[in-house]
Design a protein around this ligand. Structure first.
Ligand code: NAP
Ligand code: GDD
Length: 330
């Protein structure tokens, strides 16, 4: 068996791709999962036999300590968080507990159990928020615009602080938006591609969205997850922006996604104020020059390829669901 690694948030989009990549690299992969009355293991179902799942919760320091003691990892990838920006406005306190203080618990756990453990923190381009310069790089000041982004900023600085205070091998990856067919369906990209598929198959007629003018730097999740591993395997810890360097609007995403299914987005997309945020991040675009130099960062999927991959996957999934229903009715 190879090196032991622990992933928090293994049931999420990134966690599932990271687990695949680390298993392929020969690691023994432990995943931290929280207790739930229904399992949320859909994204890792195909890996279950090859993973060891450890039950713990970011809200509970003792359980985090036990997870670290049980896994005895050389690397910890801290991906668990309340990651949806609108929920951070409706549940700001819980978001701070998971997304900010959860990181304190992980870092304290590492100091207690084994300070040699290498630690990856999932920082976010949302920290740039109302961006003070364009494009954004590792030196761009933060201006968070949501309780989620504020919590991530705390977590980011804490990671840097534990590196500087206690000499931990702690890295923060400042990742810009990354998507895939495994993206949660409430995030705008997947909401659009799922909506396109449902409209194409006659299950819906319209798609209600918020701010179509918002611009993001979108990439393909497996490309980004690869960089997490690269960061932890450098000779010394550092922080890196990972981004495509291109920015596109939600409207552009809609145009390409609907066209891929032979539809005109203007006939189906309805703007709904319910999906606007109390404070918006208008424009994100990253400068990943440092990652290109140090980590060999080179994305494999461009914007159009990403949109089309996601649409194709949702068209195929919804087609299977529709034919399953028809079989059931026969
Ligand atoms: P995601 O799909 O929302 O997954 C979040 C994960 O965190 C899930 O496995 C979830 O478990 C787990 N989790 C939430 N609260 C927990 C708790 N109290 N205890 C234990 N586990 C908990 O997120 P993602 O897109 O994979 O993103 C991974 C990380 O990167 C997140 O920290 C996110 O904020 C950050 N990030 C993401 C992006 C992006 O574009 N995707 C960009 C920058 C940073 P359940 O399955 O039980 O809910
Ligand atoms: N979710 C959603 N739903 N967003 C919408 C909608 C809608 O109906 N309509 C427009 N948008 C706009 C949002 O206002 C935002 O400007 C943009 O689409 C992207 O929203 P999300 O896909 O929800 O992602 P996010 O950028 O807020 O956050 C994601 O990326 C961050 C990295 O920058 C999440 O994955 C975060 O966890 C991550 O840190």
């Amino acid at each position: 068996m190879g090196e032991r690694v622990l992933i928090t948030g293994i049931t999420g989009q990134d966690g599932s791709y990271l687990a695949e990549q680390l298993l392929a690299g020969g690691c023994e992969v432990f995943g931290m999962v929280r207790r739930s009355s229904t399992e949320t293991f859909e994204r890792i179902a195909h890996l279950r036999d090859r993973l060891t799942l450890v039950q713990a919760d970011l809200l509970d320091q003792t359980s985090v300590l036990r997870a670290l003691q049980q896994a005895e990892p050389v690397e910890v990838y801290n991906l668990a968080a309340q990651s949806f920006v609108p929920t951070s406005f409706s549940q700001p306190e819980l978001t701070a507990q998971y997304t900010a203080l959860g990181v304190t618990r992980m870092l304290e756990g590492i100091r207690t159990v084994d300070p040699k453990i290498r630690f990856y923190q999932a920082s976010s381009s949302e920290m740039f928020g109302k961006a003070l310069e364009t494009p954004q790089n590792e030196r761009t000041p933060f201006y968070p615009r949501s309780p989620y982004a504020v919590a991530k900023t705390y977590a980011h600085y804490l990671t840097v602080n534990y590196r500087e205070s206690y000499g931990l091998f702690a890295c923060a990856g400042i990742l810009f938006n990354h998507e895939s067919p495994r993206r949660g369906r409430e995030f705008v990209t997947r909401k659009i591609t799922d909506g396109v598929a449902r409209i194409r198959h006659g299950l819906a007629r319209e798609l209600r969205l918020g701010n179509l003018d918002a611009r993001r730097d979108w990439g393909f999740a497996p490309d980004y997850v690869r960089m997490m591993v690269q960061m932890l395997r450098r000779p010394s810890p550092d922080d890196y922006v990972i981004a495509s360097g291109e920015t596109h609007s939600v409207r552009e995403f809609c145009e390409i996604a609907f066209a891929r299914a032979g539809l005109d987005w203007r006939e189906h997309v309805v703007t709904d104020p319910a999906f606007f945020r109390p404070a918006e991040v208008d424009l994100l675009v990253g400068d990943a020059g440092k990652a290109r130099r140090d980590l060999g960062w080179e994305p494999t999927v461009g914007f159009r390829g990403l949109v089309e991959t996601m649409v194709d996957a949702d068209l195929a999934r919804v087609a299977r669901e529709v034919s399953g229903r028809q079989d059931g009715q026969r």
